[in-house]
Design a protein around this ligand. Structure first.
Ligand SMILES: Cc1cc2nc3c(=O)[nH]c(=O)nc-3n(C[C@H](O)[C@H](O)[C@H](O)COP(=O)(O)OP(=O)(O)OC[C@H]3O[C@@H](n4cnc5c(N)ncnc54)[C@H](O)[C@@H]3O)c2cc1C
Length: 284
């Protein structure tokens, strides 16, 4: 079903942003292909999102059709050490299901919010494990509706990117290892504890705003530049973790956008280091 004028703040973890002219959440690849054909036949531009944990949506909204794969192919299959997860599976549900089946390899990524599709495109990772370390094959659908299967080594995975994946991720094949369920659960709990101690999870955010620069941490540089707690409108550099920008309640996307630019410019002026954005802009 294609809806009109849907508020994208409900699909962006900053809880800001304007409306999508048209919006849809396909339930499976067939549904996705129908939607893509409709958009192509009517010359409607398509913007893709997963579950919105790493995007900032313009206050002006998005013209054309926004397609969220956040509930597409919401299915997990496990055969021995091989796992297949659809793009709309929540990464955390996948991690729990694998642990429940005594499969190790994903537990370090516990607590990373978002869908499998978004995690693949971002090559999401934490505590030394990234999607690329466990991915075997990626199922894709081109914007022309043609489906393909790509070996993980051809995906162009790098730090928070998958350069060669040009279409829509519809599913992910993984190879894990057998492990001890209780130990994996303990590891998951330890990681969730660390995350809640270090991250301002009580406020809407998109996690780390900037990628880690070579030889250092974005948060440390931002803090050294005296920007911890710095505010523009309702957006603030988190007091708890300087690489997080949080919505303190009434932020507009414009506030967050301006703060991201201010941080980038200040850090460059003070240190000569150009911080690269991890969060992706939509509709700007
Ligand atoms: C509190 C918090 C903590 C976080 N911690 C981490 C962390 O430790 N490590 C980490 O890596 N990230 C972290 N993130 C960022 C975020 O969770 C990840 O980037 C996540 O993988 C985004 O998934 P998503 O489905 O929400 O993608 P979205 O934010 O919706 O989209 C991100 C990008 O992926 C593209 N995309 C999404 N789905 C598809 C698809 N099916 N096919 C093709 N392209 C697609 C979108 O077009 C967009 O460019 C954190 C975020 C928050 C809010």
């Amino acid at each position: 079903m294609i809806e009109k004028k849907v508020p994208l703040k409900d699909y962006c973890s900053y809880k800001t942003g304007g409306k999508a002219e048209f919006f849809t959440c396909p339930t499976d690849t067939f549904d996705l292909k129908v939607v893509l054909k409709f958009a192509s036949d009517n010359s409607i531009p398509v913007t893709l999102i997963g579950t919105g944990y790493n995007i900032l949506v313009s206050d002006k909204g998005v013209k054309g059709l926004v397609v969220s794969t956040g509930c597409m192919n919401n299915d997990i299959q496990i055969e021995g050490e091989l796992v297949f997860a659809g793009a709309g599976v929540s990464l955390n549900d996948l991690i729990l299901k694998c642990i429940d089946n005594g499969l190790a390899g994903l537990e370090n990524m516990s607590g990373i919010p978002g869908s499998v599709g978004g995690a693949v495109i971002m090559n999401a990772g934490a505590f030394g494990t990234e999607i690329k370390d466990v991915a075997v094959q990626i199922e894709m659908c081109g914007f022309d509706g043609v489906v393909s299967s790509i070996h993980a080594e051809d995906a162009g995975f790098g730090y928070r990117k998958a350069e060669n994946l040009k279409g829509i991720v519809t599913g992910l094949g993984l190879k894990l290892e057998h492990g001890n369920k209780d130990e994996l659960l303990a590891k998951r709990a330890e990681i969730l504890k660390k995350r809640s101690e270090k991250q301002p999870l009580e406020f809407p955010s998109c996690g780390s705003v900037f990628k880690r620069p070579e030889g250092g941490y974005a948060g440390t540089l931002i803090e050294q530049c005296g920007l911890k707690g710095y505010k523009i409108g309702g957006a603030q550099v988190s007091e708890k973790h300087a690489n997080f920008i949080v919505n303190t309640g009434k932020a507009k996307s414009a506030d967050i956008y301006a703060l991201i630019n201010h941080v980038q410019e200040t850090v460059f002026k003070e240190t000569g280091i150009k911080l690269e954005r991890e969060v992706r802009f939509v509709g700007f």
